[in-house]
Design a protein around this ligand. Structure first.
Ligand code: NAD
Length: 485
C-alpha cells in the first residue's frame, strides 16, 4: 500500500488483485462533510484499462461456461454478504458522498434489490421456441452473454448505480470493468472485495479508477462490447456518440429536471412532506430529485408558505449524525457552482424565498442549505439547467394543461410527479407528460430493480434502459436457430 501522509492511495482491482495504476496523476478524495482527506485516487491510464480488459477477456472464457444456476448461486451469496455488511456500506456511502445515513441505508437496499433481481438469471436468460414454423422445421431463440462489458458511474449513488450494472451483467455471463466516480471510489472497492468473498472467480469483476482517460480507454477498446453509463448530460451524450462510433452497444443515463405538479385538490401535508424529501434529500443530488414545483391555481400561496416552513425545519450537518437530514454537496466547486446559480436566479428576477448560502459548517464542509425560489419562469437558467443541489424552483400556472405544457418544455424527461385526488387528472398527466418515471402523490418514483429505469429526451441516450428485462436484453445477445429434422 502506498501511503501519502498516512492516506491510502487506492489501487485498481484487476484479476482479483489490487494493482497499482501506471499513472502519475492522482486526486484527493475528501469527506464532503468535513474536508478530511479519506484517500488518494489514481487517475488511471489507458494502459491500465488495457490490462483490465486482457484479464476480463481471459476470465470470460471460463465464466461464460459456468452454468447459469451456478452463476445465480454466486449472486445469492453476494446478496447475503451485502446484507451482513449493510451498516458498514451505508456508513461508507455517507462518508464519501455526504448524504445522510438514513438515505445511504436506503441506497444500500436499492443495491441489494438489484442483486436479488440478477439472481433470477436462470429465468431471465431463457430463450423461446416455436416447434413448427413450417412442417418439420422448428425455430428457437437462445440468449448468450456479450463478452467484456464496462460501467461508468456517477458520484451520487456509489452503491446503487454500480449495482444496476455488474450483478446483472455477470449473472448473464459477461465479465465486467467498473470505472467508479473518482469522487466516490471507496464503496466500489468494498463492493468488489465482497464479490470475491462470494466466490466469484478472479477477473470477472474488475475496477479501474480514474476519470476521462479511463472513460476514453473504455470507449475506444475493441474488446469491450457494451458500455453502461450514468452521469451528467454532456458526458452522457459524448459517451453515447463515442461508444456507438466504436461499434459498441451503449446505454447512457443522463441529467434531469424533474417537475412536481401540485393540484388544488392535493393533500397538502402529503405533498409538502414528499416534495421536501425529494427536493432536499441527498442534498438534491439525485437524478430523481424534485427540482421544480408547478403550483396549479389557488394552491400556490399556501403551498409556498408550507414548503418554506418545512425547509426551515431541516437539520443540516454531517450525515453521520442520525438527526441530520441535509448533508453537504459533493465538492467545494459544486457548492460554489450552486451559489452562482442562486445569484443568477436573483438577477433573473425570481423571488428568493429562502437562501441556503452560509448555512451548515462553512469552515470545513461543502454545505448549502435548502434554497427556494418562487415565481420562476421558463426563460430563466434556474428553470432550464440541472443544478443538482438543494435548490427548488416554484412556478405558478392556472390549469393542469398549462402545468403539463410547461413541464414538457424542459429538455429533460426523467421523472415527474403529480399531487392530486383526481383520477381524471392522473390519467391526463400519465397520457400527456414527457417523462419516463411518473409519481402520483409521492416524491421519488424510482422504479425497483425488476422494472426498467427509464428517462428520455436529454435524460437518456440509447435504447435499452437500466435494470429489469431491458437490462437483460442489454447484457445479452441472441442467436436464432432454425432446424429441419
Ligand atoms: P459526471 O458526468 O460528472 O460523471 C459521471 C462519470 O463520467 C464519472 O465516472 C466521471 O469520471 C466521468 N466523466 C466526467 N467527465 C468526463 C469527461 N469529460 N469525459 C469522460 N468521462 C467523464 O456526473 P456526476 O456529477 O458524477 O453525477 C451526477 C449526474 O449524473 C447528474 O447529472 C445526474 O442527473 C446524473 N445521474 C443520472 C441518473 C439517471 O438515472 N438518469 C442517475 C444518477 C445520476
Amino acid at each position: 500500500m502506498t501511503v501519502i501522509n498516512d492516506v491510502e492511495t487506492l489501487k485498481n482491482y484487476i484479476g482479483g488483485k489490487w494493482v497499482e495504476s501506471t499513472t502519475s496523476k492522482h486526486e484527493e478524495v475528501p469527506n464532503p462533510a468535513t474536508g478530511e482527506v479519506l484517500a488518494i485516487v489514481p487517475l488511471s491510464t489507458k494502459e491500465d484499462v488495457n490490462q483490465a480488459v486482457r484479464v476480463a477477456k481471459n476470465a470470460y472464457k471460463e465464466w461464460k461456461k459456468v452454468a447459469v444456476p451456478k452463476r445465480a448461486r454466486f449472486l445469492f451469496r453476494y446478496q447475503q454478504l451485502l446484507i451482513e455488511h449493510w451498516d458498514e456500506l451505508a456508513k461508507l456511502v455517507t462518508i464519501e458522498n455526504g448524504k445522510s445515513y438514513t438515505e445511504a441505508y436506503g441506497e444500500v437496499q436499492r443495491g441489494i434489490e438489484c442483486v436479488e433481481f440478477a439472481a433470477g438469471a436462470p429465468t431471465l436468460m431463457m430463450g423461446s421456441q416455436l416447434p413448427d414454423i413450417s412442417p418439420g422445421i422448428e425455430s428457437g431463440m437462445y440468449r448468450y452473454p456479450m463478452g467484456v462489458v464496462a460501467g461508468i458511474t456517477p458520484f451520487n449513488f456509489p452503491m446503487m448505480v454500480p449495482c444496476w450494472m455488474f450483478p446483472l451483467a455477470i449473472a448473464c455471463g459477461n465479465t465486467f470493468i467498473l470505472k467508479p466516480s473518482e469522487r466516490t471510489p471507496l464503496l466500489a472497492n468494498r463492493l468488489v472485495e465482497l464479490v470475491t468473498e462470494a466466490g466469484v472467480p478472479d477477473g470477472v469483476v474488475n475496477i479501474v479508477h480514474g476519470a476521462h482517460d479511463v472513460v476514453n480507454g473504455i470507449l475506444e477498446h475493441e474488446d469491450i462490447k457494451a458500455v453502461s453509463f450514468v452521469g451528467s448530460q454532456p458526458v452522457a451524450e459524448y459517451v453515447y456518440k463515442t461508444a456507438a462510433a466504436n461499434k459498441k452497444r451503449v446505454q447512457a443515463l443522463s441529467g434531469a429536471k424533474n417537475h412536481s405538479i401540485v393540484m388544488p385538490d392535493a393533500d397538502l401535508d402529503n405533498a409538502v412532506t414528499n416534495i421536501t424529501n425529494a427536493a432536499f434529500g441527498s442534498a438534491g443530488e439525485r437524478c430523481m430529485a424534485a427540482s421544480v414545483v408547478v403550483a396549479v391555481g389557488e394552491v400556490g400561496d399556501l403551498l409556498v408558505e408550507r414548503l418554506k416552513a418545512a425547509a426551515d425545519e431541516i437539520k443540516i450537518g454531517n450525515g453521520m449524525d442520525k438527526e441530520v437530514f441535509l448533508g453537504p454537496v459533493i465538492r467545494d466547486t459544486h457548492k460554489k457552482r450552486t451559489e452562482q446559480y442562486i445569484e443568477i436566479g436573483e438577477k433573473e428576477g425570481a423571488v428568493l424565498l429562502r437562501d441556503g448560502r452560509n448555512e451548515g459548517d462553512q469552515e470545513n464542509g461543502y454545505y448549502v442549505g435548502p434554497t427556494l425560489f418562487d415565481h420562476v419562469k421558463t426563460d430563466m437558467k434556474i428553470w432550464k439547467d440541472e443544478i443538482f443541489a438543494p435548490v427548488l424552483s416554484i412556478v405558478r400556472v392556472n390549469t393542469l394543461e398549462e402545468a403539463i405544457e410547461l413541464t414538457n418544455q424542459s429538455e429533460f424527461a426523467n421523472g415527474a410527479c403529480l399531487y392530486t385526488d383526481s383520477a381524471k387528472a392522473v390519467r391526463e398527466f400519465r397520457e400527456e407528460i414527457d417523462a419516463g418515471m411518473l409519481g402520483v402523490n409521492l416524491g421519488v418514483p424510482a422504479p425497483m430493480a425488476f422494472f426498467p429505469f427509464s428517462g428520455y429526451k436529454s435524460s437518456f441516450y440509447g435504447d435499452l434502459h437500466a435494470n429489469g428485462r431491458d437490462g437483460v436484453e442489454f447484457y445479452t445477445r441472441k442467436k436464432m436457430l432454425t432446424a429441419r429434422y
